[in-house]
Design a protein around this ligand. Structure first.
Ligand SMILES: NC(=O)c1ccc[n+]([C@@H]2O[C@H](COP(=O)([O-])OP(=O)(O)OC[C@H]3O[C@@H](n4cnc5c(N)ncnc54)[C@H](OP(=O)(O)O)[C@@H]3O)[C@@H](O)[C@H]2O)c1
Length: 322
C-alpha cells in the first residue's frame, strides 16, 4: 500500500489485534448465521468491505443504500465469492428523512429480526456549504440526523430480536478522530439551518462529534431501561476513499501526501467496525469509542454530558416537525 502504517503501526493492543488486522482476521472462526445486520453506505469504501465480511461469515446483510442498481451489482459480485451469502439491497437516502422513514417501514414490514446496525454511510464536503431542501447543513443531515432517525425507528425491532434470540444487539456508529475539529462549542446549533458558514472540516467534525454524543446518550438510555443492546462509536482509521477525495490541485496534493504517509487499506479500515459489531470481546461493552480494535479514551466535547443532552433534545424537537 506504500504507507508506513502497516510496517510501524502493526503492534497489537489489548484486544490482540493491531493496525495490520483485516476485517476477515477479526472475524476468523466466527459463525454469524444467526445474525441479521444492516449496513448503511454499503456501496463503497469501508461500508462495502464491512458488508462483504459480515455476509461472508454468514450474517444476513441488508445493504441500505441510495444507489440500488450499484448495490445489486455489488451483491452479484459477492454471491460469486460466497454463493450462500444472504444479501438484501434496499433503498435509503440518509439525507432525506422521508426516505429513512420509508426504509424503516419497509424493513419492519419484512418482519426480519435485527441484531446489528452499522451506521456507516457518510459524506464530507470540501467544496462549500451545502444543505438539504429543508435548509439543514448536509453533512449533519446525512452523517448524523439520518442515522439518529434510522436508529430510533429500528430500536423496537432490535429490542424484540435481542429478547427473542438472547443475542445481544449491537449498534455501531462510525465516527472518526476528526470529531475534534468542530465549530466553537462543538455543535453550532444556531448555524445548522439556513446558513453558509459551517462546511469543510469543521462541518464534518461537527457531524462526527454528533455521532459520538448520540452513541453515548443512547447507550446510557438503553442501559437504564435494561435493553440487551450495546452502542459504541469508533474511528475506522484513515483510508483513501471517495469521502477523502479533496477537490482541486491543492486538494489532490494534500490528500496524496497525507494519505500516502498515513492511510490504511480498506480491508484494515473496516476491521474496527466489524470487530465492534461482532467480536465476543466486545460483549457487554457500551457507550465507548474504539480505534484500531481497542477502546480509545474520549476527551473534551465528546465527553460533555450537557452538550450530549442538548443535542438529543434539539434532534427530538427537529424530528417532531420534519
Ligand atoms: N475514509 C476515511 O479516512 C475515514 C476516516 C474516519 C471516518 N470515516 C467514516 O467512515 C465512513 C465510511 O466512509 P468511507 O471512507 O468508506 O466513504 P465512501 O467510500 O465515500 O463511502 C461512503 C458511503 O456512504 C454512502 N452515502 C453517502 N451519502 C449517502 C446518503 N445520503 N444516503 C445513503 N448513503 C450515502 C455512499 O453511497 P454512494 O455510493 O451513493 O455515494 C457510500 O456507500 C463514513 O462515516 C466516514 O465519515 C472515514
Amino acid at each position: 500500500m506504500g504507507s508506513w502504517w502497516r510496517y510501524f503501526m502493526g503492534t497489537e493492543g489489548k484486544s490482540g489485534f493491531g493496525s495490520m488486522s483485516t476485517a476477515e482476521d477479526v472475524t476468523e472462526g466466527l459463525n454469524l448465521e444467526d445474525y441479521t445486520a444492516i449496513v448503511t453506505g454499503a456501496t463503497a469504501g469501508i461500508g462495502l468491505e464491512t458488508a462483504r465480511v459480515l455476509a461472508k461469515r454468514g450474517a444476513r446483510v441488508i445493504f441500505a443504500v441510495r444507489n440500488v442498481k450499484l448495490g445489486e451489482t455489488l451483491k452479484a459480485e459477492f454471491m460469486k465469492e460466497s454463493p450462500h451469502a444472504r444479501i438484501l439491497v434496499m433503498h435509503m437516502n440518509l439525507s432525506d428523512l422521508a426516505s429513512v422513514r420509508a426504509f424503516a417501514a419497509k424493513f419492519k414490514d419484512s418482519r426480519l429480526p435485527l441484531n446489528i446496525l452499522v451506521n456507516n454511510g457518510g459524506i464530507s464536503s470540501t467544496t462549500g456549504p451545502q444543505s438539504t431542501p429543508d435548509g439543514l447543513e448536509l453533512m449533519f443531515a446525512t452523517n448524523f440526523l439520518g442515522h439518529f432517525l434510522l436508529t430510533e425507528l429500528l430500536l423496537d425491532t432490535m429490542r424484540e430480536t435481542a429478547k427473542e434470540s438472547g443475542i445481544q444487539g449491537r449498534i455501531v456508529i462510525v465516527s472518526g478522530h476528526l470529531h475534534n475539529f468542530t465549530p466553537k462549542g462543538g455543535i453550532a446549533f444556531d448555524k445548522l439551518i439556513n446558513q453558509n458558514e459551517i462546511w469543510g472540516f469543521s462541518g464534518y467534525g461537527q457531524s462526527k462529534l454528533a455521532g459520538i454524543l448520540h452513541g453515548r446518550e443512547l447507550a446510557e438510555r438503553l442501559t437504564a431501561e435494561g435493553a440487551n443492546i450495546t452502542v459504541n462509536s469508533l474511528h475506522p482509521g484513515a483510508v483513501q476513499t471517495k469521502l477523502t477525495h479533496l477537490d482541486g490541485f491543492l486538494g489532490f496534493l494534500i490528500s496524496k501526501i497525507a494519505f500516502h504517509t498515513s492511510s490504511k487499506p480498506t480491508v484494515d479500515a473496516a476491521a474496527t467496525q466489524v470487530y465492534v459489531a461482532t467480536h465476543p470481546q466486545v460483549h457487554g461493552v457500551t457507550g465507548k469509542y474504539f480505534a484500531d480494535y481497542n477502546e480509545y479514551e474520549l476527551r473534551g466535547l465528546a465527553m460533555d454530558k450537557k452538550l450530549q443532552l442538548k443535542l438529543w433534545k434539539w434532534t427530538e424537537e427537529y424530528l417532531k416537525t420534519h
